[in-house]
Ligand binder design. Sequence first.
Ligand code: B12
Ligand code: SF4
Ligand code: SF4
Length: 494
Amino acid sequence: MSAWKQPGGTDRQGSFRESTVTSELGRTVRRRRGFHRRHPRWRLQQISFSRARGGASPSTDPDSITSSGARIRRVNIPSMGLASTIKQHAIEVGFDLAGIAPPSALQDLEFLPRWVRKGYGGEMHYLADPRRDDPRKVLSSVKSVICVGLIYNTPHPYSTNVQGCSAGERTSTAHHATTRDVRSRAWVSRYAWGIDYHHVMRRKLEQLRTTVEKLAAGVETRVYVDTGPIVERAFARLSGIGWMGKNTCLINELKGSWFFLGVILTNLELAPDLPAPDRCGSCTRCLEACPTGALVEPYVMDASRCIAYFNIELKDVIPEQFRTAIGSNVFGCDICQDVCPWNSRPLSGVSGPLYNDDPRDESSGAGSGQRRAATTSLPEFQPMQVEIKSHRPLSPRTTDREPAPHLPDTATFSLFNPPLESLAALTKEDFRRIFARSPIKRSKYRGWLRNLCVAMGNSRDLRLLPWLEAAAQHPDPVVREHAAWALRRLGAAG
Ligand code: B12
Ligand code: SF4
Ligand code: SF4
């Protein structure tokens, strides 16, 4: 059992209708209603189902053979004690979720090369690293994968609920603002409001590693938080800390999906947990809400169409056909998580309808009315207050020909839903200083300017014209091209 799980967490399975069909691989499998007909998800689910349903549990029935003929490996009884100790310690060092996965994730990982071959990884060539196929390629003695999750959510409203955050034109549920001032706000993804999660997670993971290494002589470990060739969600899914949602995020029934993942590979043989059952049901809210159509089918993202890919990972030109849909997202995108009923919560003092009023929430099993995503009080993940040391003159050019800053409203602003002109006031030096320990530094200043141009073009705020005119003279051709696009778009709006 994962440390967070409640007893009886697999109860809803009985409510699904099943029929027998032949799978893509020609094997006879049982099919669940509500699943995409030809989807590989079937097979993944069948495995977790047979185990969760009274099928032999690897923790209690060592070295047994299931009715389907699959062999369940022998697990030493003492390892259950070790597993519990480790999960307990993970919670003590501050993680919100902990579970143990077996060292192989064959069904999940066989999807990866096909995904990469289809070009869904875009320019993220590191995703094709062959070591990602098998964790034994990074730790040959690996016997268990310790998976942890850390909540980064705060009580601030969602991007789809704040005024002035255009979620892109395809999103019919977006609440478009009407006044010019409100329109010129930007959205920085929730995960990037504070300190870079790699630092925060790493510190806690190192504490956990110390405990694990003290448990027995000769223990080997490798720690990763998005820092190595490990497909973290595949193992986290098997460890039971969440299921993979149709938006491809790992979702925990009690906490929602706003959590980071980290893993420790170890040669300790630990009793694995059971995968969490899929609780998306017939809900499709994330697929409908995605402004760029990146969720090409349930559980499958074409990352080369994802806004988070465009404004974080892509280093050059953002394809023009997607720029309008990017709306006011200047770093990352939260939309497919904002609309998820497992993350929904009552909002007070914020305009716009409450998700909880939407009858479609029932279709996911999340129910309507009361569910709230967990939040954290960790200071590291609260929205950063950015201080600009001094106001700068409003002028279309600076000596180094970087875009001239528009006068900010104030010298201090929060990264929660910040005014676009305040972000535009940051010079390269500001950017480096302010975001030195923030995930935002990943886009580099050049990418940041490019992203601001796109958001400004979508803002319809003519006050931003002088900044864009300066940006159109920038030495970098990528910045120039996006500024020219924004000027055309603003011109059309004016
Ligand atoms: C590349 C990457 C991205 C890319 C591509 C995202 C993607 N869906 O693949 C981009 C830049 C778009 C991105 C965006 C974001 N990312 Co990112 N990203 C990664 C990274 C580095 C690799 C992911 C990867 O391997 N993708 C390839 C696909 C194929 O793998 P996968 O989605 O992980 O799915 C695997 C399994 O889940 C399995 N599987 C399980 N069930 C099923 C069912 C079916 C039917 C199938 C087919 C497969 C399957 O199949 C896959 C592997 O074979 C991971 C860290 C890591 N090292 O793993 C973080 C990671 C996934 N990202 C994370 C986060 C927080 C984000 C953002 C929220 C940031 C933001 N706000 O902008 C968004 C979320 C967007 C979204 N809806 O997923 C977290 C996710 C936490 C969580 N709760 O799920 C991770 C784990 C980082 C971390 N250590 O916390 N990300
Ligand atoms: S993060 Fe945004 S663009 Fe990417 S899949 Fe989710 S909604 Fe679509
Ligand atoms: S929005 Fe609905 S379909 Fe998408 S991940 Fe959440 S519950 Fe699943």
